[in-house]
Design a protein around this ligand. Structure first.
Ligand SMILES: *Cc1c(COP(=O)(O)O)cnc(C)c1O
Length: 396
């Protein structure tokens, strides 16, 4: 057996392969430079153009560009009128922002558990957390796999709740033949560099409801009724601040980048799916770990490729496997520490161990492997070789 790099052996890769990475090409650079030379650096024609093309790619309706995915979630909570004394149900296996958005508006996130195979929201667990104070459910398309929106919409409708989709992983995915972006009351996307398309930082909120869209447009610009460009075109100075909003605007520079990025999304999704298929094939029949299970009837966006270790088949824990893979030059990661275990939520909301046992058990054994569009087949081979080398050395 080869000596592991963590024990002083030669690593599979001399330089670390990241788990995710942006793709920036000449057309992206040219679009940004053109905008830098134009009249509008922020809230100009590129914002509207990007919103229109994004809405098209994300199930139709309206798209509202904001400064990041967290702002998109915040705008959603605001637009749906959620506030103090309200509760919002959030699966705990997610990035903290999925829950923080409720806190921003004074509401209380109530954490629910997840399905052990997919790590997606457990709809029965969500239903069990509903109280008279519950106003909304946040569904998170973990790893790029869309949730069961048919059941989620049924639950929300039967209980009079709003449905927010955190689709920061799943742009380009679909559930039951319907594109992510039009499956919930409001859907939030992120354009952080590791996400499906990037604008550096950036976010988008989509909705089929024009009223919600205009509330979010106002919210992203201080709660003011018109933007600078509208006033300019009318030759008017008058505006009113009608509600408390933020400066959550996305610049024209960033939207120019988003437009060229979005054109390449179908190609990049194909590549992500091809990489996932290579992993699936390479790892079929392994007993020491399994990839996450896939729901029937979905189209996966593969933001992440997550494996779950079987602790009974291994001599070491996840931390050791993680460190050994890093030593081999594979930039593995862990998504996510359950949100209810973070010190802030323990302190401010009294959450803690035992609240979501399936998520806590899942968290202890998951590892995210590299997956991004510019990864080559040789990169995939390196990951597979490193996983086999490390898992082989630690098999019980
Ligand atoms: C990235 C991400 C966010 C936040 O997006 P930002 O653009 O980083 O603010 C929210 N939820 C999930 C699930 C994410 O992955």
């Amino acid at each position: 057996m080869q000596k592991l790099a963590i024990d002083g052996g030669d690593p599979v890769r001399p330089r670390i392969l990241p788990y995710g990475r942006q793709t920036i090409e000449d057309d992206d650079v040219a679009a940004v430079v053109d905008t830098l030379r134009s009249d509008w650096l922020t809230t100009g024609p590129k914002v509207a153009e990007f919103e229109a093309t994004f809405a098209n790619a994300a199930g139709g309706g309206h798209a509202v560009a904001v400064s990041n995915g967290t702002a998109a979630l915040h705008a959603a909570v605001y637009a749906l009128g959620i506030g103090p004394r309200d509760e919002v149900i959030v699966p705990t296996m997610t990035f903290a922002a999925s829950a923080n958005c409720a806190v921003f508006q004074g509401a209380t996130p109530v954490f629910c558990d997840i399905d052990p195979g997919t790590l997606l929201i457990d709809i029965d667990s969500a239903a069990s957390k509903i109280t008279p104070k519950t106003k909304a459910i946040v569904a998170v398309d973990f790893a790029g796999q869309p949730c069961d929106y048919v059941s989620l919409r049924q639950l929300a409708a039967s209980q009079g709740l709003k449905l927010i989709a955190d689709a920061c992983h799943s742009l380009g995915g679909s559930d039951a033949g319907k594109t992510v972006g039009g499956l919930a009351d409001i859907t939030a996307f992120s354009m952080h560099p590791v996400k499906p398309v990037t604008t550096g930082e950036g976010g988008m909120a989509t909705t089929q409801d024009g009223e919600l869209a205009s509330r979010m447009r106002q919210f992203r610009s201080h709660g003011i009724t018109s933007d600078h460009r509208e006033r300019e075109s009318k030759g008017s100075w008058f505006y009113e601040m009608v509600d408390l909003g933020y400066n959550y605007r996305l610049t024209d520079i960033q939207c120019a980048l988003g437009i060229t990025q979005l054109r390449k999304l179908p190609l990049w999704l194909d590549r992500r799916r091809a990489i996932a298929a290579l992993y699936d094939r390479a790892f079929a029949g392994r007993s020491q770990f399994t990839p996450l299970t896939k729901r029937n009837g979905i189209v996966h966006a593969y933001h992440l490729y997550v494996i779950k270790l079987d602790p009974s088949a291994l001599t070491v824990d996840r931390a050791q496997v993680f460190a050994a893979l890093r030593a081999e030059g594979i930039g593995v990661n862990v998504h996510y520490i359950p949100v209810h275990l973070h010190p802030y939520y323990r302190r401010e909301f009294g959450t803690g161990t035992g609240l979501c046992p399936v998520a806590e058990a899942g968290y202890a054994h998951i590892i995210s492997l590299p997956i991004f569009p510019s990864m080559t087949d040789a990169d995939v081979d390196d990951v597979v070789a490193a996983v086999d080398k490390v898992i082989g050395a630690y098999t019980r």
